[in-house]
Design a binder for this molecule. Sequence first.
Ligand SMILES: NC(=O)c1ccc[n+]([C@@H]2O[C@H](COP(=O)([O-])OP(=O)(O)OC[C@H]3O[C@@H](n4cnc5c(N)ncnc54)[C@H](O)[C@@H]3O)[C@@H](O)[C@H]2O)c1
Length: 243
Amino acid sequence: MKLAGKTTIITGAARGIGRAIAEKFAAEGANLVLADIDEGALNEVANKLGAKAVVADVSDEKGASKVVATAVETYGSLEILVNNAGITRDALLIRMKPEDFDKVLKVNLRGPFLMSKEAARVMMKARYGKIINMSSVIGMRGNAGQASYTASKGGLIALTMSMAKELGARGIRVNSIAPGYIETEMTVNLSEEVIDSFLNRVILGRFPGKPEDVAETALFLAMPASDYITGAVIPVDGGMLIA
Ligand SMILES: NC(=O)c1ccc[n+]([C@@H]2O[C@H](COP(=O)([O-])OP(=O)(O)OC[C@H]3O[C@@H](n4cnc5c(N)ncnc54)[C@H](O)[C@@H]3O)[C@@H](O)[C@H]2O)c1
């Protein structure tokens, strides 16, 4: 088992990509702490996987510290943090409500900042840790109709690099996965037009990607096999970024 005894926090684990990562990490023996705001779905996943569930909003300081404290109290350590929780509130720029812009930045960028800050305190003492931030290929390219979301994900990529520089000397690796179009509830309501624009750019021809495609890369970044990688952004997008 590739993650035996490694205490891992996964945020946004109640469904989609976060759930797929939780399933993969459970199969590899990780001690799991799963966090989400969707209590019902979270408890179902946690019960199935024998994981600890924490109902918490990662963009709230108390919520973030509760998640990290639960990991340490339950398992006595924290080796891996997967900042996966994220939301969209899409609209064209001129129609985008400032409060929706703020909400997206709050969950997608402030959330990982708060969670990483709490986790880093524990990891620095142990002089070891892995932080994995779920960004997006469109955080590097931009996308019409998604100004808030792409700004949050571009910010998360910059945050990843800054944290990698600050924390590397303490043995903490900070990397990001940039998924392309992955089949989850987040993407189920995208317009035909947006889907077509993505489809034409997937050079591997398989579309959409699956949550498990992202979970495989998360597993690699969580394992000692990737110990010489930090500050990296790995697209899992069928080639969308370069097309
Ligand atoms: N699906 C895609 O195509 C795609 C592409 C690129 C990046 N991503 C990113 O991958 C991550 C997972 O996306 P997904 O497609 O599985 O989305 P999803 O909407 O299916 O799942 C997101 C989960 O996060 C939880 N969540 C939302 N706000 C939260 C908060 N404040 N605190 C705690 N939990 C919260 C939700 O309840 C949900 O369970 C997100 O960060 C998303 O931006 C997804």
